[in-house]
Design a protein around this ligand. Structure first.
Ligand code: SAM
Ligand code: SF4
Length: 484
């Protein structure tokens, strides 16, 4: 975190003077200015101002939202879940078409609320905003939105809000790409004892169905010292589990001035005192090294779980997807991982109905699912994303055919998952307790190192602790347990 005294030199601690040009000082200047507006409005309303961040999509967005929440807290907003707030921010996803539709639907509802509360501000950020057609549509048809920004400048939230307050017109600030990584901004963790942490941004892989490289820009890694210092600070602050985030963590460090492998970074993270569990996602199979398998096998802290997206089991489809591995290479990799890290849980992502997918191709996917026996799998119906190479491929699979395959795959995945998950029944395992059970307040819910969910009797005092738990019963995808 930056030293608060640094903020005093040009009077900008209180938001006076000219904005500094360098980051993050410039943003602290704007947070102070925003705070002055928030205090004034709170006084007029006789209550604190509230802010609501709605996050769509992946763990990257969830982490971005923690940073946005940190900025809003610094500016004096009280964060609430309800969208009946003074400031509502949608952090959007655009990986599949239905994610976009969801946002348009919810904006309609928000408009009604804003009509009765004209001082309210609405902002949209994230992947969807990196698509020019989306920005055009919102500018034309959703004039009540106040601020639009993208994935590359989320650190500017306070500056954009101050600009909106002073300009009285919609503020649009979308960057096409960036190589800027702004360090040392505030963030507000959802959990006190675990946190996501970005180790890299963007993606260079251009899988032919995927919009991420277009909306998140080119791959860039953070400096290892910045990552290690952030984790050290988190550990001192009570964090025992970190999730290292990147679209392809296995290619971490390639773009650094002094290149470093992901496995070498893990070795350094492992040395941090107080840290008990290390997770990471996502691992692209084409870049998963023997060095990584070795580090995972010998580590006490790296969790026994690997998310290894398959996408398709057909070598022909994988080639069309530009995944750069074959069915055989994937299966061979799984074998090497299982040999190096016994009892590891494997999970995956699979797309059904990719353009040109035949019945034979689909059966290849089913074959891999039966051979690997995943602990769980996210299954997706292929969604056509304009601008990606797959969108203009011939032979788009008819919806009913894709849906029928999807249902068959899901049934298979669930049946295998039920059998595989049950392998630990009767054993004692370490569980990190995360929260009070949402259905039954006499239970708490936690996770194994394998990432499987466990419910056990308990109370709030257990949250954040790692306990030995006897797994008494497996109910499909989760366990019931008893502390020992
Ligand atoms: N970088 C990660 C990787 O390579 O596995 C995943 C990022 S993506 C946000 C998460 C998942 O969404 C992908 O693994 C893929 O299965 C799915 N996905 C991406 N584009 C898709 C599309 N056009 N249609 C359906 N699913 C898609
Ligand atoms: Fe998308 Fe492929 Fe990059 Fe993952 S690796 S974000 S699926 S392009």
């Amino acid at each position: 975190m930056m030293d608060i005294n640094d903020r005093n030199d040009s009077g900008w601690k209180n938001g006076g003077g000219q904005p500094p040009q360098s980051e993050p000082q410039r943003q602290y200047y704007y947070m102070a200015r925003l705070r002055a507006y928030v205090e004034e409005k709170s006084l007029a309303l006789g209550r604190p101002l509230t802010a609501s961040i709605q996050t769509f999509g992946c763990q990257m967005n969830a982490r971005d939202s923690e940073k946005l929440a940190g900025i809003l807290r610094e500016a004096g907003y009280e964060q609430i879940d309800s969208e009946e707030a003074d400031f509502v921010l949608y952090n959007t996803c655009t990986v599949r078409e239905n994610a976009n539709q969801k946002v348009y639907g919810r904006l309609g509802t928000l408009n009604h609320w804003k009509k009765d509360h004209p001082h309210m501000m609405i902002a949209l950020c994230g992947c969807m905003m990196q698509e020019p057609e989306v920005v055009e549509k919102i500018r034309k048809s959703y004039r009540f939105v106040d601020i639009l920004f993208g994935t590359h400048n989320i650190f500017k939230l306070a500056e954009l809000m101050v600009t909106r307050i002073e300009a009285a017109d919609m503020v649009v600030d979308i960057w096409k790409d960036t190589d800027l990584v702004v360090e040392d901004l505030p963030n507000r963790r959802k959990y006190s004892f675990k946190s996501g942490i970005n180790i890299m941004f963007g993606c260079n892989n251009f899988c032919s169905y995927c919009i991420v490289p277009y909306v998140r820009g080119r791959e860039r890694s953070r400096e290892p010292e910045d990552i290690l210092n952030e984790i050290r600070r988190m550990a001192q602050d009570g964090v025992t589990e970190v999730m290292l985030l990147g679209q392809n963590v296995n290619s971490y460090g390639k773009t650094l001035d002094t290149p470093m492998t992901f496995a070498a970074l893990l070795r350094e993270i492992e040395k941090i005192d107080g840290l008990k569990r290390i997770r990471f996602m996502t691992s692209h199979p084409k870049d998963l090294s023997d060095e990584l398998i070795e580090v995972m096998g010998s580590s006490d802290k790296i969790c026994k779980h690997l998310h290894l997206p398959l996408q398709s089991g057909s070598t022909r489809v994988l080639k069309e997807m530009n995944r750069r591995y074959t069915k055989e290479q994937y299966l061979d990799l799984v074998e090497r991982i299982r040999a190096g890290v016994p009892d590891i849980s494997l999970t995956t992502d699979i797309i059904v109905g990719f353009p040109g997918e035949t019945q034979e191709d689909f059966l290849e996917t089913m074959d891999v699912v039966r051979k690997v026996r995943y602990d769980s799998a996210f299954t997706f119906l292929y969604s056509k994303r304009t601008g990606t190479p797959a969108a203009s491929m011939p032979d788009q699979v008819p919806e009913d055919v894709a849906k029928e395959r999807f249902d068959r795959l899901l049934k298979e995945v669930q049946e295998i998952s039920r059998q595989v998950t049950a392998r630990h029944v009767g054993t004692v395992q370490q569980v990190l307790v995360e929260e009070i059970n949402r259905q039954d307040a006499s239970l708490v819910t936690g996770r194994l190192s394998h990432n499987t969910v466990v419910h056990l009797p308990g109370d709030a005092s257990m949250i954040g602790k790692i306990l030995d738990v006897k797994l008494t019963e497996c109910r499909g995808f989760y366990y019931l347990g008893e502390p020992v």
